[in-house]
Design a protein around this ligand. Structure first.
Ligand SMILES: *Cc1c(COP(=O)(O)O)cnc(C)c1O
Length: 415
């Protein structure tokens, strides 16, 4: 950091501040994680200097001998990790990856069946301001009101009635397992493409804790920076017969040159995820989410769907405690606990101030926390919410949070 410190003390200072924030806070945003020093090092490497439009062995620029090896290694490791027939590691992030999938399989106007956004779908699954909602006809499916779990019979009913060209299974805020095989059976009845977006749960699938859609689905996209604990980016896996269309849609369809430094860091993260320690890590993520859900239930918070199968716990804070999602997010931020406000299924409130908050355990699990620590985390959350209007009390809780957080080192931060 010496060069940065002398050349640009402003940015250096801000990075130091952010390090402190990450060390002293409790990161419970379900889509976030801490990468290893090895991943950071690959991201900060000279590979960023290269232009390499195209694919290994077929580039538009010279000098890509080394880059070809880097990208091929990332692809081989991803194939091994997920058992995929074909992998494209170039997508710059999850949303552009999904854009490429839509472009590869559909024409504008085509019908897509996807999980309702206000119940846990991602904005690239049909938000009216997103490309997906603007270019395609999105038909939503829902969680059942009584169970708050996706009702596969209803999915089938809608699919048979609407005959979408593609069925999309995936979510950003849902805590239950997906029935991939049933999705595939339904799609086969109407000849629809199957597209799984495992952005949130890729690490739990790589760690063999959740069933994988890769054997069943035509195409599977994922980010690499959430539970998978790699650099900010994405990849697309598919059956061999879609390989050409997917590759063309990524480049030149959506993107120009790949980010080779990021692809190198993806390769590093995939190698980490292939280790037995990662299986243990992903098992612990789910154990921690369950422990946190139980500890919060004991304190009177209603957990959506009654529990969790993954890293996500959705809380109905308004229904449980008459605190809105926005108020809860704010009170927790004051004490250095990061969560995000979130809609709950059939939310009577509005998106900007919904009934719920979404909590996730991947980041705290990376810091080495286990079930016992989840009891403390639940207590700190509850204390902050119960004292949300008491500034003095919140300050006191904040110092407890800091003291607790500092006992668990963040990978990649030494000073
Ligand atoms: C996070 C997420 C994405 C997109 O990720 P970005 O990298 O932020 O574009 C796509 N799909 C799902 C389901 C996600 O949770």
């Amino acid at each position: 950091m010496n060069n940065l410190q002398t050349q640009d003390p402003d940015i250096f200072g801000l990075i130091q501040k952010e390090k402190t924030r990450q060390k002293e806070g409790l990161e419970l945003i379900a889509s976030e994680n801490y990468v290893s020093s090895a991943v950071l090092e690959a991201m900060g490497s000279v590979l960023t200097n290269k232009y390499s439009e195209g694919y290994p062995g077929k580039r538009y620029y010279g000098g890509n001998i080394v880059i070809d090896e880097v990208e091929s290694l990332a692809i081989e490791r991803a194939k091994l990790l997920f058992g995929a027939e074909h992998v494209n590691v170039q997508p710059l992030s999850g949303s552009p990856a999904n854009l490429a999938v839509y472009m590869a399989l559909l024409n504008p106007g085509d019908k897509v069946l996807g999980f309702s956004l206000d119940q846990g779908g991602h904005l690239s699954h049909g938000h009216p301001l997103n490309f997906s909602g603007k270019l395609y006809t999105i038909i939503p499916y829902f969680a059942k009101r009584e169970t708050e779990i996706i009702d596969m019979d209803e999915v089938e009913e809608i699919a048979l009635r609407e005959k979408p060209k593609m069925i999309l299974a995936g979510f950003s805020a849902y805590s239950r397992s997906m029935d991939w095989q049933r999705f595939k059976q339904i799609a086969d009845k109407i000849g629809a493409f199957t597209f799984a977006d495992i952005a949130h749960i890729a690490g739990l699938i790589a760690g063999k804790q959740l069933e994988s859609p890769v054997p069943y689905f035509d195409v599977v996209s994922t980010t690499t920076h959430k539970t998978l604990r790699g650099p900010r980016g994405a990849m697309i896996m598919c059956k061999e017969k879609f390989a050409k269309d997917i590759d063309r849609a990524v480049f030149p369809g959506v993107q120009g040159g790949p980010h080779d430094h990021i692809n190198a860091a993806k390769a590093v993260a995939f190698a980490e995820a292939l280790k037995p320690e990662f299986t243990e890590y992903s098992r612990q993520i789910i154990a921690n989410a369950r422990a946190l859900a139980d500890a919060l239930t004991k304190r009177g918070y209603r957990v959506i769907s009654g529990g969790t199968d993954n890293h996500i716990v959705l809380l109905d804070v308004f229904g449980s405690k008459q605190i809105t999602g926005k108020e809860a997010e704010h009170a927790l931020e004051v004490v250095n606990i990061s969560v995000n406000k979130n809609m709950i299924p059939y939310d009577p409130r509005k998106p900007l101030d919904p009934s719920g908050v979404r909590i996730g355990t991947p980041a705290l699990t990376t810091r080495g926390m286990k079930e016992g620590e989840m009891e403390t985390v639940a207590d700190l959350i509850d204390q902050a919410l119960m004292n949300k209007d008491n500034e003095a009390k919140l300050l006191e809780i904040k110092s407890r949070v800091t003291e607790f957080a500092l006992q668990f080192p963040v990978p990649g931060i030494n000073n």
